[in-house]
Ligand binder design. Sequence first.
Ligand code: ADP
Ligand code: ADP
Ligand code: MG
Length: 657
Amino acid sequence: MFRKILIANRGEIACRIIRTARDMGIATVAVHSDVDGAALHVAMADEAVAIGGAAPADSYLRGDRIIEAALATGAEAIHPGYGFLSENPGFVEAVEAAGLVFIGPSARAIRAMGLKGAAKALMEKAGVPVVPGYHGDNQDDEHLAGAADAIGYPVLVKAVAGGGGKGMRRVDSPKDFAEALRAARAEARSAFGNDAVLVEKFIAKPRHIEVQVFGDGTRAVHLFERDCSLQRRHQKVIEEAPAPGMTDAMRAAMGQAAVRAAEAIGYRGAGTVEFIVDASEGLRPDRFWFMEMNTRLQVEHPVTEAITGIDLVEWQIRVAAGESLPPEADRLAISGHAVEARLYAEDPAGGFLPATGRIGHLSFPPGVRVDSGIRAGDTISPWYDPMIAKIIAHGPTRAIALARLRKALAGTEVAGLVTNLGFLSALVDHPDFAAGDVDTGLVERHQAALAAPPVPRPSHVALAAIAACGLDRPPAHAGFALHGPLVRDVALLGADGPVPVRLSVDGADTLRVAVGDQWLSARRVNGRWRLDGTPAGHALLLGDAVEVFDAEAGSFRFSLPDPLSRDDGGATPSGAVVAPMPGLVRDVLVEPGAGVAAGDPLVVLEAMKMEHTLRAGRAGRVAAVSVRAGDQVEAGQTLATLAPEGEDEAPQEEKSA
Ligand code: ADP
Ligand code: ADP
Ligand code: MG
């Protein structure tokens, strides 16, 4: 067994690998970029090596520096985590050439599955059902269009080198094919440097069901399935195991197909075979098709660990050290049900725009597994994935696992930036999800309702106002007390606009609070305020925002408008279209002089691995465009300007000389 390993990753997955290594008595080496020197994974490891600048290309993707760090610290093996270098066969070869062990599959296996088209062809030969479509070498426009006609619309154009939902376009009719092909190729070229595509049938009522496999190079087993149908932008947000409604026959068929896929490439280590399932008539053994194989540990592996009791990272390390499949591999069984929710710094109401900033407060309730690489005080930077944590609940039945997850989400406290916590709670409560009636379109169909911010009760508003005045602290520290004004008005800005609140102080521990025209009585008992006799959670004032945490009802966020600032609250759209975060301008869709309607797309910005379309806040005329495609921009930089209101009605006539 290894005595020391290096983890070539960051965040929650690096922390998770360190935990298992520690349990196995293995010393760990972390690597980190310049902005990650104080990160949790660095603090948890026995040693750490700085490998370069913040941009992944300067640090976490620098295979040469990572190998140097391993050699310098005496690490014998490298665990790549997921993302970054985990599916890079060149890195695997470099690691092995340096006399080190790569904790993962062989370069050959990664290559075999690296391109979706070639992988499909290989799987077809191995007798694994693949999505009907064209995945050959002929990339002629006409040929591909003909293939789409033959397959039958709707079809999906996919980048063969794709990942993370990029380079993928759904096409519903032949007249849209040429444009979709162009767009998919352009995205694939810039994201993967390879614009080859495949065309496949778009499956009706699709469910994403994947099978966890594990091999030792000779033999492979499967550890059952995960359902990952709850997705936004083709990216998973909630995953579970087993899949709702799974039958023994379907599980056996999918499991055998996945094992066949793994054994066909002599697979060693943990891998996932992703299938798309047509669930329009329930789950049927003849209605699942291979999509791709991910030759690494997957983000959602904890749900499999929860239902099998297996530590997949321990298995990865043991097999990499030369052991064959552990004896437990022949005694695998499903125990209960597990669900994972991915907590992200992102704004569901704003098209899931990732957020950056400092996490002022972070706490999770007991009773669930939480995998995180973030602590209170850490910053979500624009450089990396904005995931804050994975929350994993396990129970004897699906209903109990969901109830535990619901409770855990309500008891999760994050303050300092916008997150998808409310969205996750709404999703867990969604009747279709609760019934197990899932498909990959569920989130999009119910997007508006799921993304709507939760509605606070008057007691939550009252508590926020109390905290805003400093009255949640001991009287000596409060902003005003008995000697201050007896009545005070507080302007809170909730998700739906201003919420006027009036506080009337009766004593150090008694208040009356008017929320709208409803009066509540507030009383402090043992340092905690009760509203009309009932505890309403607790509140936290952080900068210019108040966060109310109620372990039953969830969290509510209010901002405190600066009374000195003009009363525009950011709601009246000024003319400037500003970059919400640092990023790369992918596309400029308007020219100066163009007339636009409210909501029209103006500029496409790429940041944090996603594309964001910035839209006109109102109708008007484009006065200026300040950037070009390819420009790197800073947060707050003006990208385009709309002419002042009023001017837009009368387009200026250019006087020719
Ligand atoms: P999964 O199916 O496991 O969700 P994804 O393909 O969505 O896999 O990617 C897994 C994770 O890997 C992402 O959530 C992200 O954290 C990380 N990741 C993916 N691509 C990159 C990349 N290019 N750079 C850094 N991290 C990445
Ligand atoms: P990526 O490499 O980006 O993960 P995948 O091929 O795994 O790409 O597909 C990602 C998601 O896109 C799937 O989980 C599913 O939601 C959707 N998808 C992919 N192929 C199909 C298909 N043929 N029909 C319907 N939906 C699909
Ligand atoms: Mg995939």
